[in-house]
Design a protein around this ligand. Sequence first.
Ligand code: ADP
Length: 272
Amino acid sequence: LESHGAPLRDEAGNVLGAVIVINNVTRLKRLENVRSEFVANVSHELRTPVTAIKGFIETLQDGAVENVEDAYRFLEIIQRQTDRLNSIIEDLLSLSKIEQHSESVGLEYQRKSIRSVLEGAIRTCREKHHKNIPISLTCPEDCIAYFNPNLLEQAVVNLVDNAIKYSEENEGVYVCGYDNGDSIQIDVEDQGCGIPESHLPRLFERFYRVDKARSRDVGGTGLGLSIVKHIVQAHKGRVSVTSEVGSGSTFTMVIPKGALPAGEAQPTTEEV
Ligand code: ADP
């Protein structure tokens, strides 16, 4: 609590009482802490690849460039680390865009079929990975809702991408869309490594990872699930996870079907 006080006097200067203003700054302080922790995390995440890039450039300058084989190996590492920096920056930009949009202009919703979103997301993930992971899709054609198609597809891509990253070859991924009446539900289920229960409550935090080394190996930034959470919340929905170590995980998004964004009386686009 933060307080300011001042005496209250009459015209002759006699003290009549006091005015005390008490502000509850707990929430502000907490926001400030979250923000500075986030900045510290971002700095740390960016510094790791930058340090590696700088180190390998120096090694090359110190003579390693003379050995063609070494030079190519180091250049590859520099390239991988640069890609990593790029992914982190892209994910950070996505996060801030979603925050800005959902607070100011609102999301541009369209009336669309969920199946088309799931198909698009699966296509993107297949193009991205060369792992042999069978992905199956179950969703009725007439599962229709109002939502922002690009954002929802990005959320599904992030979930399917994780399902692939944290599975071994030939373990299947199941993507299902359901019409729950007032809401639509999207499940992404895998048979991968699973997540220990103790990690589940913090899983959707920015930069939270169960296994940092593994996440880096598979190209993770630690931001994928927090982007999913932001997108789902911007649609006034919920995302949850159930998981068992060794058997796999299921991520579930539930989004109200007809929640029009604030200030938008009528849907503008009709596209199925
Ligand atoms: P990352 O970019 O590291 O994958 P995410 O925010 O997408 O970051 O996920 C956070 C962490 O949650 C991951 O590092 C991983 O440890 C765990 N995780 C996410 N999805 C899965 C999954 N399908 N199976 C197992 N672990 C997962």
